[in-house]
Design a protein around this ligand. Structure first.
Ligand SMILES: Cc1cc2nc3c(=O)[nH]c(=O)nc-3n(C[C@H](O)[C@H](O)[C@H](O)COP(=O)(O)OP(=O)(O)OC[C@H]3O[C@@H](n4cnc5c(N)ncnc54)[C@H](O)[C@@H]3O)c2cc1C
Length: 451
């Protein structure tokens, strides 16, 4: 049994606490915020997010997947909304698989309660980690109105998010680090439920209003409403001079912009403009770093290790996979051999963290731009067709990322190979009419052997 300090009781820290306590370790979770279960309103970033295969695998390992499933809404397809409000439904998988929408606050609350029920777990709220002695696995926490307190453990597991204090301490050593803000910021806009609590759009779809340089998306909540997120450049560029948070500032500008570009959403959100004016504008940051570990005494998990843009809906899922990998490595090497475990964790995970950062950026282009393009829709149809006929040879990239445990690095490589193949297929004369033909299928198989 080890004494483990987990810094951060967010989505990843709370799950990791359950997993480590299940193994018989003594776990102390220190969270900067007050207990969100007693706070009036959750003040996190995005209000809902998507749990997919990798997340479920980790939740199952912790024995709590079924209790979490109760609070989710399955989502089977994307639904695009064009500027005239015309919709198009694109399933995520030919096998009717779903990803699951969940309230971030509710998920965190449930996980904290699950952690608290485990013998050996103590949650400490209102404690901000200000300093870490990585060699000694000791952390110093500040609490309002109290003297700072230093806590010594055997291992420190850092789940303290994109601006991790533990990671900052690692930067004093031999450590690679990069941080990049993307051009787009975001704002949340809530879609209300109908008068009977009924959803006003199909709740089993992720709704996207792709507008090339900006987009709105909407994910269902259990109460019949949707959480919308508007992604738009911080500063408008020459390609879309009216679309930038710097250009849409006054109530009149916001009203005109939202009504013009998202008319069908505007029609069902009576206070869309007021929400735009009221809600904060948040930034999106990508953090890459290595190593993720310090000897046998400290390691990074979740956003502390890999903050990524949210366009694959994988940030938390990747963080959950970090936890599952650690758990598997403890099975393999034993709970007393943290040096070997953390060495293997670093070796296994860092490249995958970088790969999901790349994949997430790549999916941004797909969501805001390609998803509405006829060529992209045709590509999806052809890929689905080849997959249905030759499932052992063609697994679309999205399927690999969202519905399997295939390492992100391998998925990225395979996705790049698919791009090369599909470029040739889409260049075949008359492809629009013959995409289901044997000729196209033969060509795909031929290219698969070569590419
Ligand atoms: C708009 C948006 C949509 C997203 N959608 C999805 C999605 O659909 N699916 C998905 O998988 N991911 C999604 N993500 C990503 C997901 O939110 C993150 O990957 C996830 O929250 C990471 O969890 P975490 O526990 O590592 O970090 P966080 O959720 O940031 O939690 C860190 C915790 O540590 C605490 N903390 C920070 N510093 C300290 C300190 N010094 N001392 C003590 N405590 C500290 C914080 O208060 C917080 O509770 C989305 C992100 C955004 C921005």
């Amino acid at each position: 049994m080890k004494n483990i300090t987990i810094v951060g009781g967010g989505l990843v820290g709370s799950l990791l606490a359950v997993l480590m306590a299940k193994r018989g370790h003594k776990v102390d979770v220190y969270e900067r915020r007050s207990d969100p279960r007693t706070a009036e309103q959750y003040a996190g970033r995005s209000i809902n997010l998507v749990v997919s295969h990798r997340g479920w695998t980790a939740l199952r390992a912790a024995g709590i997947d079924e209790r979490i499933r109760e609070i989710t809404v399955p989502v089977y397809a994307r639904m695009t909304h064009d500027p005239q409000g015309k919709t198009n439904r694109l399933p995520y998988s030919i096998e009717n698989k779903a990803i699951y929408s969940v309230s971030r606050g509710e998920l965190n609350n449930r996980l904290l309660s699950e952690a608290e029920r485990m013998p050996g777990v103590t949650l400490h709220f209102g404690y901000r980690c200000d300093d870490v002695d990585l060699d000694k696995a000791s952390c110093t926490f500040a609490r309002k109105g109290e003297e700072p307190k230093t806590v010594k453990a055997d291992v420190v597991l850092a789940c303290d998010g994109a601006f991790s204090a533990v990671r900052a301490k690692m930067q004093y050593g031999r450590f690679n680090y990069s941080q990049e803000y993307i051009e787009h910021d975001y704002k949340e806009i809530a879609f209300p439920a109908g008068p009977e609590g009924n959803p006003l759009m199909d709740p089993q779809c992720l709704h996207i209003w792709p507008r090339r340089y900006y987009m709105l998306m909407g994910l269902a909540n259990q109460d019949g409403g949707f959480t919308g997120t508007l992604f738009m450049p911080h500063n408008a560029g020459p390609e879309a001079p009216d679309a930038g948070f710097d250009k849409v500032r006054t109530e009149a500008e916001a009203d005109h912009f939202l009504k013009t570009h998202f008319p069908d959403a505007y029609a069902i959100i009576p206070d869309m403009t007021q929400q735009y004016m009221r809600h904060p504008q948040s930034t999106l940051v990508i953090v890459r770093c290595s190593p993720w570990t310090h000897g046998s005494t400290a390691a990074l998990f979740g956003d502390a290790a890999h903050a990524i843009v949210p366009f694959y809906g994988e940030g938390m899922n990747a963080g959950y996979e970090d936890c599952k990998v650690l758990n598997d490595l403890l099975d393999e090497h034993g709970d007393d051999n943290w040096g070997a475990v953390l060495h293997a964790y670093d070796k296994h995970r860092v490249a995958n963290g970088h790969a999901i950062a790349d994949l997430s950026l790549r999916n941004f282009t797909e969501m805001r731009d390609l998803v509405a393009a006829p060529r992209f829709i045709l590509r999806k149809k052809i890929e689905g067709h080849i997959q249905a006929k030759h499932p052992d040879q063609w697994l679309p990239l999205y399927t690999q990322v969202k519905f399997t445990d295939i390492p992100y690095v391998d998925a990225l490589r395979e996705g790049q190979r698919h791009d090369r193949i599909m470029e040739e297929i889409l260049a075949m004369p008359g492809i629009e009419t013959k995409w289901e033909s044997e000729e196209v299928e033969r060509k795909a198989l031929e290219l698969l052997k070569k590419a």
